[in-house]
Design a protein around this ligand. Structure first.
Ligand code: NAD
Ligand code: DAU
Length: 331
């Protein structure tokens, strides 16, 4: 199978390429990536000889058309992905997430190519801390930030192209990923690399906000499963029952990195900060048999800490710019 992976030099996309190479050696993989500040071609270095890498932007309709014409399936990860950036400057989110997805949709429509669209649980808004319900595929979209609203818009475009133009597409909405190659702007790598540098973790607001953590390999195994066995036109929620408050995550990191439990500081809250995400992934599990393999978040975080300790050369260059941006935002 010829698979075109958009955004394959980013965090989840690069891990996807590694996972697909390891578990689906017969796939012929092409990656297209604009190499924004979040993309790093070195993420693909271990598989560089086995894949084709194309440096390009989804805004380039001719490029997207020619790449899609040569594919059997497109797995569409490319997006601007960080909420704080979207609150600072929304335009790149409109451009990559909405217009970029539009370009992909038009190309798969023209060439009759199968699409899997990667999305987020954030399209559903947030839940109260004590709400017994979790997000399901029938939860109405209700996004809060420019990031999540452009992702919700992209999801709706995909659904419209399925219904009105008959493209063969599946969608998945996943919860918060952690693991290697995640940019230092995100909660877990920011705090790990900060602690390595002797800087206290920074907790937005009260820190009671809850995220539903999943290891990136579990996410990507679910995506491979949906590509192979998902029903066309369907949406699948991906989650691993990993709800933890931000306070709990920071407490785990401090403990694993031999720092006192109170060695963190509260900083300004994120505007419109979603309170809680929680995923019910029973549709995916029942229909396909997929199950997460990483059940112990403490062990998963310990391995992630070890990866950042061993790959300082990978993250060091991005750390200064990232913290300068946070300083400007007061976070
Ligand atoms: P990331 O920011 O680490 O990587 C995004 C990649 O897309 C980068 O390599 C970037 O260069 C590329 N890109 C951005 N705009 C592009 C464009 N116009 N053309 C070509 N390439 C472009 O993001 P991530 O965390 O790996 O997220 C990947 C996907 O997964 C996104 O669609 C995101 O919405 C979704 N998602 C992320 C999470 C999470 O926890 N990180 C959870 C659920 C869903
Ligand atoms: O739920 C899926 C989403 O998870 C993805 O769609 C996004 O692409 C991904 O970035 C992530 O979004 P979040 O906004 O939840 O992730 P982030 O790592 O930015 O923040 C996680 C939580 O931690 C959130 O409640 C904000 C808080 N936070 C974040 C940072 C960077 C802090 O308290 N301190 C920090 O320094």
């Amino acid at each position: 199978m010829r698979a075109l992976i958009t955004g394959g030099a980013g965090f989840i996309g690069a891990n996807f390429v590694h996972r697909a190479r390891a578990t689906r050696p017969d796939w012929q993989i092409t990656v297209v990536d604009a190499l924004t500040y979040a993309g790093n071609v070195d993420n693909l270095a271990p598989v560089a000889d086995d894949i084709t890498f194309v440096h390009g932007n989804l805004a380039d309709a001719d490029l997207v058309d020619s790449l899609v014409a040569d594919a059997d399936v497109v797995v569409h990860f490319a997006a601007e992905s960080h909420n704080d950036n979207s609150l600072d400057d929304p335009w790149p989110f409109v451009e990559s997430n909405l217009i970029g997805t539009f370009r992909v949709l038009e190309a798969v429509r023209r060439h009759g190519v199968r699409l899997h669209h990667i999305s987020t649980d954030e399209v559903y808004g947030d839940l109260a801390l004590d709400d017994p319900e979790r997000f399901t595929e029938s939860t109405p979209v209700n996004p809060s930030s420019p990031y999540s609203s452009t992702k919700a818009g992209a999801d709706l475009l995909v659904r419209a192209w399925v219904r009105s133009f008959g493209i063969e597409a599946t969608l998945s909405n996943c919860s918060n990923n952690y693991g290697p190659y995640q940019h230092v702007e995100k909660l877990i790598p920011r705090q790990i690399t900060g602690i390595i540098d002797g800087v206290k973790p920074k907790l937005y607001g009260t820190g009671e906000n809850v995220r539903d953590w999943i290891h990136v390999d579990d996410h990507n195994d679910a995506v491979i499963t949906i590509v192979e066995r998902g029903r066309p036109g369907e949406t699948y929620l991906i989650g691993a029952d990993g709800e933890r408050s931000n306070r709990e995550i920071i407490a785990l990191l401090l403990d694993l990195m031999d720092k006192p439990a109170d060695w963190f500081e509260h900083v300004n809250d994120r505007p419109g900060h979603d309170l809680r995400y929680a995923i019910d992934s029973s549709k995916l599990r029942t229909e396909t048999g997929w199950e997460p393999r990483y059940h112990d978040i403490r062990a998963g975080l310990a391995a992630t800490i070890a990866w950042y300790r061993e790959h300082e050369d990978w993250w060091r260059a991005a750390k200064g710019d990232t913290e300068a941006r946070y300083a400007r935002l007061g976070r």
